[in-house]
Every structure is written in C-alpha cells, then in structure tokens.
Design a protein around this ligand. Structure first.
Ligand SMILES: NC(=O)C1=CN([C@@H]2O[C@H](COP(=O)(O)OP(=O)(O)OC[C@H]3O[C@@H](n4cnc5c(N)ncnc54)[C@H](O)[C@@H]3O)[C@@H](O)[C@H]2O)C=CC1
Ligand SMILES: CC(C)CC(=O)C(=O)O
Ligand SMILES: [Mg+2]
Length: 364
C-alpha cells in the first residue's frame, strides 16, 4: 500500500526559499520512483514571519509542524532584522520551534568525498577520508538560559545563563553512544570542564552512561583543544557529542574541512521518528536572490528526513549516491567551483542530482 507523509516546509529567509525549492523537486522525484506520496504544507518562520505575522514563530506554523510527520527548513535571518529586540529576531523563532518540538538531538555529519579534496582549504592528506558526525545538544545551554541586560553607574551589563539539567545531558549522550555504536565505535565528548560547572556535570553524566556502552571507546576533550585538533588531524574523530553552543561552532568549523558549508546537512531529532531537517548554513544574505547558492546541504537534509523520519533507506541512499555522482562528474556551484565561469546555478545543480537519481534507481 502506498505510504503518505505530511511535510511542513519552512523556506525562511535569504537563500532559504531558493535551496528549499530544489529540495522539494528532489522529493517530488522520489515520489515518482517510490510508492510514496508527500503532502507539502508551507508555513512561515523567521524574518518573513516577523514581516507578515508580527512574530518569528506564528502559532499556525507550530500547529502545522506538530500535525506533520517531519519539517523541512531552509534558513532564517538577515540584516533587515539584525537590530530588532530578541523577541522579534528570526533566530528566536528557530530556537523556539526547536524547543517546542523537543528537537534535542542535532546530527551534523561532515564527510569528504575524494572528488572534493581539492576544494578544501586544508592539505589533501589532512582531509582525504574525513567522515565524522557532530552530535549537538539543541534545546538547552547558553542559547536557552535567562538573558539579562541592565544599566549600572559603570555602564551596561549583559548576561546569558548557561544551564543544563542532568536529564538533558543524559538523553543526548545516550543518543550519541547509539550513533557511535553504528559508526566507528569512537565517541569524543567535548566540554570545558576545566572552567565550567555545567561541563563538569556533563562529564560526570557521560562517564556514567558510558558503562552501558563498553563497546564504544570514549574520550573527553576540552573544546579549545578539539577546535585545534579538528584542523590538525580530523581523521582522529568519528562521533563527537557536545553541548549547544560548542556544537554550533565546531560543526561550522567541520564544514570547512569538506570545502563549503553549502554541502552539510543536519537532522534535529526528537524522541521517536519526528525530526526537523535543515542545512547547517544560514540564510547567506551576501548571495541571496542570485540563484547561485549550493542546494546540496538542503537536498542531503531531505535525504536524512527520508532515512530518519520515514524509514526510506533506499530512497535516502539514492539521493546521497546521486549527489556523489554529480560531484564526481565535476559539476560545481560557485562556492565549490574553481572559477565563476565553470559554476552552475542552484537549479542546474538540483536538476543534475535529479537526473542522476533516475540513473541510480535504474542501476539498483
Ligand atoms: N539555521 C539557520 O537558519 C541559521 C541562520 N543563520 C543566520 O543567517 C544569517 C547569515 O549568517 P552568516 O553568519 O552569514 O552565516 P551563513 O551560513 O548564512 O553564511 C556564511 C557564508 O557561507 C556562505 N554560504 C552559506 N550557505 C551557502 C550555500 N548554500 N551555498 C553557497 N554559499 C553558502 C555565505 O554566502 C557566507 O559567505 C544570520 O542572520 C544568521 O543569524 C546562521 C546560521 C544558521
Ligand atoms: C539560532 C541559530 C541561528 C543558531 C545556529 O547558528 C545554528 O543552529 O546553526
Ligand atoms: Mg550555526
């Protein structure tokens, strides 16, 4: 019997709508190749919602997301809203939807394809074969703690509270051990336990949970040293688990191992099958509206959705294989091309991926 899934689509701002349009084309191609129907429910999040609805996260958006099987997001934000107060910032909408949907586990894979080695700013021997997964806690920590801003006689003061509950650490760490078990069985837990009390609790919980995973090799590493080692010898890492802000920063850093942030997908998962899928990158206002953004990160995020939320492993593999095939054949958007002349547009890149998907299915 044919399966039906409802997907809430949040194009967002900047290049968000451009890359989302192409990911939707890919999902429509999957519908033709598999016995599945996707219903796309569009909604607003971020700057576009501030402009239309007066809030970055309208209740209607949240309701649609809750009723759906998964959410696909472009990106939010832009200079237009940069000076708004916190409650009227696009990013506040993104944080709000992550929290409201319980999306505490953010999986951010970073992988280097052989054909992309030359694109990285790092030496070939450093990046060839890189294949790691950053697992970032997504609904706690500094981004969600109480914010204060007040004036004193010595000038203004601002503070952001970094707070973690034991249960929040335990659930992300368990998830990370499970993921590491299915990958290279090596988990690096990243913290700042030499300074932060929240990191000392983090480390204690990690050590306790580790007893349940004796087959996974565990290492603790301080975040500053991890940032350095990621560039010195990234192949030492398999799975990394860390708190919200460290994960945000380290995953952007990891993206540059692979050449461009336009390549890297992510899955933000709740318990069960529900998830929100989005590229690691932001709304890239510097290239928005030009039709040159790399849609690969969003297309691969859609592939993660097929795998994690819909159990469509074959279709997910086909999308990934198609992306590899197209990159192998030398097709490049501007961010990964050697010259502007050889770069293809956002749409051309997606069209090539869709054509390659058909070939992959025929061969399978
Ligand atoms: N998940 C989200 O919605 C996120 C939103 N943002 C927001 O995005 C806005 C811009 O932030 P930035 O710091 O500039 O980060 P960004 O990730 O949007 O852009 C950084 C650089 O990477 C390039 N880039 C990003 N995605 C690309 C793609 N698909 N193809 C080709 N090049 C790409 C951009 O052109 C820019 O030079 C801000 O308002 C920020 O708050 C930032 C990160 C995540
Ligand atoms: C709230 C977001 C803009 C944080 C971010 O940079 C991300 O999730 O990658
Ligand atoms: Mg980020």
């Amino acid at each position: 019997m044919s399966q039906t899934f409802t997907i809430t689509v949040l194009p967002g701002d900047g290049i968000g709508p451009e890359v989302i349009e192409q990911a939707i084309h890919v999902l429509k191609a999957v519908e033709k190749l598999e016995d599945v129907t996707f219903t796309f429910e569009y909604a607003r999040l971020g700057g576009c919602a501030i402009d239309e609805d007066g809030t970055p996260l309208p209740e209607e958006t949240l309701e649609k997301a809750r009723r759906s099987d998964a959410v696909l997001l472009g990106a939010v934000g832009g200079p237009k809203w940069d000076n708004n107060p916190a409650h009227l910032r696009p990013e506040t909408g993104l944080l709000g939807i992550r929290k409201a949907l319980g999306l505490y586990a953010n999986l951010r894979p970073a992988f280097m394809l052989d054909c992309m080695v030359e694109v990285s700013a790092l030496k070939e021997e450093v990046v060839r074969g890189v294949d790691l997964m950053v697992i970032r806690e997504l609904t706690g920590g500094l981004y969600f703690g109480e914010k204060k801003r007040y004036k004193t006689e010595n000038g203004e003061v601002a503070s952001d509270e970094l707070i973690y509950h034991e249960y929040e650490i335990e659930r992300i760490v368990r998830r990370a051990f499970e993921v590491a078990r299915l990958r290279g069985k090596k988990l690096t837990s990243v913290d700042k336990a030499n300074v932060l009390e929240s990191s000392r609790l983090w480390r204690k919980v990690v050590d306790r949970v580790a007893h349940d995973y004796p087959d996974v090799e565990l290492r603790h590493q301080l975040v500053d040293s991890c940032a350095m080692e990621l560039l010195r010898w990234p192949k030492q890492f398999d799975t990394i688990v860390t708190e919200n802000m460290f994960g945000d920063i380290l995953s952007d850093e990891a993206s540059m191992l692979t050449g461009s942030i336009g390549m890297l997908p992510s899955a933000s998962l709740a318990d069960g099958n529900f998830g929100l899928y989005e590229p690691v990158h932001g709304s890239a206002p510097d290239i928005a509206g030009k039709g040159i953004a790399n849609p690969t990160a969003t297309i691969l995020s859609a592939a993660m959705m097929l795998k994690y939320s819909f159990g469509m492993e074959r279709a997910a593999n086909a999308v990934e294989k198609a992306v590899h095939k197209v990159l192998n054949s030398g097709v490049r958007t501007a961010d990964i091309a050697k010259s502007k002349e050889e770069a293809v547009s956002t749409k051309e890149m997606a069209d090539k991926i869709i054509a390659a998907m058909h070939e992959v299915y025929v061969q399978a």
